[in-house]
Design a protein around this ligand. Structure first.
Ligand SMILES: [Zn+2]
Length: 205
């Protein structure tokens, strides 16, 4: 064989060999981009969606037994009360005897929020009485010694409640445990009074 031709063949072989090596060297980086994409994203996305709202949100769920009004809403988010929710609650807690409304102390809803957590219930707070207009309070006071003439209901700072499916004494005890505002126990009428005034308690054992 002609030595030059032999060198050419060997050189060509060497070229082919290095080309094959080059192709092999290029393969690994490409492989990962093809393999993983299909399945994992949904499993990773789900927990992120669930955990975010829970931390910085307070919910209100109440049902006015006189009017049938129900409020189920977020009333506090990221450190502030939400005006639309407060307006909705204000309407649902109006004096049902004459329709008069009054701003309600949002601290009441914080009491509900904490009570709901302590009672581990997701049932609504049933409202027996929310805001009371002067006319209504005067009429009730005239009829019953249990109604104070300067009731905090007149200032939108009190509600009379019970919780569906929860014993009244249990609601009362949980309210006392909170250590915020007044707690009155009315087992005969089947409600607990909670208000945002100073801490005090009254009513049966
Ligand atoms: Zn009351």
């Amino acid at each position: 064989m002609d030595p030059q031709r032999r060198a050419f063949i060997l050189g060509g072989g060497a070229l082919i060999g290095s080309a094959a090596l080059g192709a092999a060297a290029k393969l690994p980086p490409r492989a990962p981009t093809v393999a993983p994409p299909v399945t994992p994203p949904p499993a990773l996305a789900a927990p992120a969606v669930q955990t975010r709202p829970a931390a910085d949100v307070r919910r209100l769920f109440l049902h006015n037994l006189h009017t049938g009004d129900t409020v189920k809403t977020v009333y506090w988010e990221n450190g502030r009360y939400l005006n639309d929710a407060l307006a909705e609650a204000r309407f649902a807690l109006r004096d049902w005897r004459n329709g008069q409304q009054h701003a309600m102390d949002p601290g009441l809803f914080d009491i509900f929020h904490e009570l709901g957590a302590r009672l581990e219930t997701d049932r609504p707070f049933q409202i027996i009485s929310g805001y009371r207009s002067p006319a209504t309070n005067a009429a009730l006071h005239a009829r019953s010694s249990g109604v104070a003439s300067k009731s905090l209901h007149l200032q939108g700072m009190a509600t009379d409640i019970r919780v569906e499916g929860v014993q009244l004494a249990h609601v009362r005890n949980a309210a006392l445990d909170l250590g915020r505002g007044g707690v009155g126990y009315y087992p005969v009428s089947n409600f607990v009074h909670v208000d945002t005034g100073r801490v005090r308690r009254w009513g049966g054992a």
